[in-house]
Design a binder for this molecule. Sequence first.
Ligand SMILES: [Mg+2]
Length: 111
Amino acid sequence: MPEITLRECQKTVDAWVRTIGVRYYSELTNTAVLMEEVGEVARLMARLYGDQSFKQSDEAVSLADEMADVLFVLVCIANQTGIDLTAAFHQNMAKKTARDKDRHANNPKLK
Ligand SMILES: [Mg+2]
């Protein structure tokens, strides 16, 4: 399976939406769809790692596929709001590193 960068991911999703998908849903619709997809991940996590049991209708569901649904919609929202996820990721990791460089090491609950 070929490696893909975040930038390539954004381009791939954009090309897909503009051909197969015809056009982007509105930003607000995609935000609702993102919540829906995150809920599907939560539903599966509750069954895989939590106390809920699987229904027959859950059997074909895959955590990887549900996570990919979340990524797809998030990338759609990034594309339609002009967010460069590569830059955003680098900036966010730098922020987290500066903010939390001692915080987690000093958290006794993590020892
Ligand atoms: Mg899904």
